[in-house]
Design a protein around this ligand. Structure first.
Ligand SMILES: [Zn+2]
Length: 237
């Protein structure tokens, strides 16, 4: 499988950047995992929008969903037949209400005790800890496994989500000097320490206030099996 980082910033992008969004490619599927600001233009540089298989939203904060409106326009104009499945948390909000009005989307409210499948992929969801209902997701094509924490603090579900994965994208929003345990995200060091569960970790959801060099320094103080996510880069796993 392949992962392309479409956007790695939160909660807003720097000039030329994008907020959270990732493209997962398997033999038969192109999966859009979150769809933050600026990710659609990156997505259409990687695939024909007609070839988008389905969408997963980890949670409904704007920095993870804000391109959904223009994405629906792109899907409508693409000539793609039928609706696109959108797996998401059932969370009463203006965003959920707006999503539910989009013709091109077929919303599927996810739950933890179910294994979902589309094409060659199976996937399951794990409740995370964040101010809104938020899920991590684990996807596998039967050969490789990918895990994504979405936004979260450290919690007991992380080992189940991440154990044995080949690649994981983990929320590391703060350098240690800006972090305290009231924050709704993990620190860069906490995200890096999750490399004990996964072969490789990409630390993402980075504040645009931090350079990659600062983030990398914090990561390397914990492990050499984690690295900062790079936008537009494709990772094979
Ligand atoms: Zn969030």
């Amino acid at each position: 499988m392949k992962l392309t980082v479409l956007g790695k910033y939160g909660p807003y992008p720097p000039s030329g950047g994008a907020t959270s969004g990732y493209l997962i490619t398997s033999n038969t599927q192109n999966v859009l995992l979150d769809c933050g600001s600026g990710t659609l233009s990156r997505l259409v540089s990687k695939i024909d929008i007609k070839d988008l298989s389905f969408i997963i939203f980890s949670h409904l904060h704007y920095d993870h969903v804000s391109d959904f409106g223009v994405l629906s326009y792109a899907l409508s104009f693409s000539g793609k037949k039928g609706k696109v499945n959108v797996y998401l948390p059932s969370f009463e909000s203006d965003v959920y209400s707006a999503l539910s009005k989009i013709d091109k989307f077929n919303l599927i409210n996810v739950c933890e005790d179910k294994v979902y499948s589309e094409g060659d992929l199976t996937f399951s969801f794990y409740k995370m800890t964040h101010p809104v209902l938020s899920y991590g997701v684990r996807l596998s094509d039967g050969i490789s496994t990918f895990s994504y924490t979405g936004d979260t603090t450290v919690n007991d579900n992380l080992p189940r989500l991440l154990s044995g994965s080949d690649l994981a994208v983990c929320d590391g929003a703060f350098i240690e000097s800006d972090y305290d345990d009231k924050k709704p995200h993990m620190s860069i060091k906490q995200a890096s320490s999750l490399a004990k569960y996964s072969k490789k970790v990409l630390v993402s959801h980075i504040s645009s206030r931090y350079s990659d060099e600062i983030v990398t320094k914090e990561i390397l103080s914990i492990t050499d099996r984690a690295e900062v996510a790079i936008e537009n880069k494709t990772y094979d796993f």
